[in-house]
Design a protein around this ligand. Structure first.
Ligand code: G3H
Length: 482
């Protein structure tokens, strides 16, 4: 979708295979193909967005907020008709369970409506006059420029749209390249995008990152790089911009969120929350719990019960009832997880659960590793998959020191009951991460809550309200009292 046109593609294509197999013996199904675009098409897309921005003089950035909202309302109305198809593709392309796929779609629709409401509120407040030293100021929010939007494969709809929708509605033309997995599910939405927005406001291209995203960055026409993914790609893209001072960044990056389980924690609750926290969508969430710190006085009981509960988790196709574990879209992931397990075992850890590490095709059963320490790769790497490292601690300062040394700082889960212990701990934890979850696992939502991180975990803040601010600049008209 470039310059308001759905282009016919006659060039080379890339096949998209399913994560799920339709046969008993794993054989990926060919779901479709996507255009293998290159520099020429990438430059056309960024040209189109640049023209739509036209140094802030274009139709989209100058359009009244109420009219931009009408375009977005039109889009979301059409989007709702694609639910069944998008949900099906979420299951087949990335192996997300039926319940989670439906949740992802519905959450996205809700996200768009909430964004519209939030913009209406922001807009009414922006018109507010203030008077200081005889000067009135009328504040408003203006767009920043062309946004290059790159989303992740684990939330190809919801998280991608948490960048794309606020960027667009604030008057910024967008160039969007979907992730490698979860790419076909954008197809049912292309016509809705085309018919709801003026030409050039939203441009969607396909291809490998280095073949399309690099020329776009090198063109110097990008005002905002909005990316959810890994810091390596973010740094590489940033560095390609010819004038980095003009580039704004909104980045959601890696994390290694810990859970801390104190001696007086409700163990049933802590175990359940740590299961969903570490293993929903097979651990492929930046908010997943990546290490569990358990107080030594309860470690044996916690570990035994946690490991048994992991072994009881059902594996299967995403649409089957009660299934939590599903095949992994990244075919190389099981071998990588196996490497981490082998390395941990070689350095003194054991697999606590009987099924831990069992392979079949593009699936590996989650392994619970204990005792984990800093000599192991699994301690340091953001593994984004089904493995749960456990560390026991004697003194609370041990996990706090590890968090302070970590390169990441997104969230933490704290399990315990005694408010006298918890209250001072919270004061410390909020300076190490951006969200402390009390007696619950880490998560991004609800989407009105700020979503960000310290250190290498994020740049900028997302949420319904924050994203509208992140993708705009505050401008004002000042007039003197006469
Ligand atoms: O991958 C990172 C996502 O932001 C996780 O979102 O906590 O809603 O699953 P979630």
């Amino acid at each position: 979708l470039v310059n308001g046109e759905l282009k016919k593609w006659t060039g080379a294509t890339t096949p998209v295979y399913s994560t799920i197999s339709s046969t008993a013996n794993y054989a990926p199904t060919l779901l479709g193909t996507i255009p293998a675009m290159g520099e020429k098409e990438a430059l056309e897309a960024v040209e189109s967005a640049d023209l739509a921005f036209n140094n802030g003089q274009g139709l989209w950035p100058t359009m009244k907020v109420v009219d931009r909202i009408k375009c977005m309302e039109d889009f979301v109305t059409k989007m709702k008709d694609t639910r069944a198809e998008v949900v099906k593709l979420l299951m087949w392309e990335i192996g997300k369970t039926l319940g989670d796929s439906e949740k992802e779609f519905d959450r996205t629709v809700e996200y768009i409506y909430d964004t519209i409401d939030s913009l209406k509120e922001l807009n009414s407040r922006s018109a507010h006059f203030s008077k200081v030293q005889g000067i009135h100021a009328m504040v408003r929010r203006g767009p920043l420029g062309v946004v290059l939007c790159l989303g992740p494969y684990n939330y190809p709809l919801n998280e991608t749209f948490s960048l794309l929708i606020p960027a667009l509605i604030m008057g910024n033309p967008v160039v969007f390249k979907p992730a490698k997995h979860g790419v076909l599910l954008l197809s049912p939405l292309l016509e809705a995008f085309r018919s709801s927005f003026p030409k050039g406001a939203i441009n969607i291209i396909y291809g490998r990152g280095r073949e399309v995203a690099s020329p776009i960055m090198k063109s110097g026409k990008v005002g905002v790089l909005a990316l959810i993914g890994n810091s390596k790609s973010a740094i590489a893209l940033q560095d390609q911009h010819p004038n980095k001072n003009r580039l704004r960044l909104i980045l959601g990056l890696e994390a290694k969120n810990p859970a801390i389980i104190l001696p007086d924690a409700d163990l049933d609750l802590a175990i359940q929350e740590c299961i969903t926290g570490s293993l929903s969508f097979n651990g492929q969430r930046c908010t997943a719990l990546k290490v569990l710190y358990v107080h030594e006085s309860i470690a044996q009981e916690f570990n035994t019960r946690f490991a048994a509960k992991v072994d009881a988790l059902a594996f299967g196709n995403p649409w089957e009832k009660g299934v939590m574990l599903t095949p992994l879209p990244e075919k190389e992931k099981p071998a990588y997880i196996q490497e981490l397990i082998d390395d941990a075992k070689a350095n003194g850890a054991q697999i606590l659960n009987a099924k831990g590490g069992e392979h079949s095709d593009n699936f590996i059963f989650p392994a619970v590793l204990y005792p984990v320490n800093k000599s192991m790769r699994v301690y340091h790497e953001e593994q984004f998959g089904p493995v749960v490292p456990i560390i026991s601690f004697k003194d609370i300062q041990e996990p706090l020191n590890d968090m302070a040394e970590s390169n990441y700082g997104q969230q933490v889960s704290l399990f315990g009951k005694d408010i006298k212990t918890i209250a001072p701990l919270i004061d410390t934890l909020v300076n190490l991460v951006c969200r402390v979850n009390l007696n619950s696992s880490c998560q991004r939502g609800p989407d009105v809550f700020p979503f960000t991180g310290r250190k290498d975990s994020a740049v900028g803040t997302l949420s319904i309200h924050d994203a509208l601010r992140s993708f705009s600049i505050r401008t004002f008209v000042a007039s003197k009292d006469n």
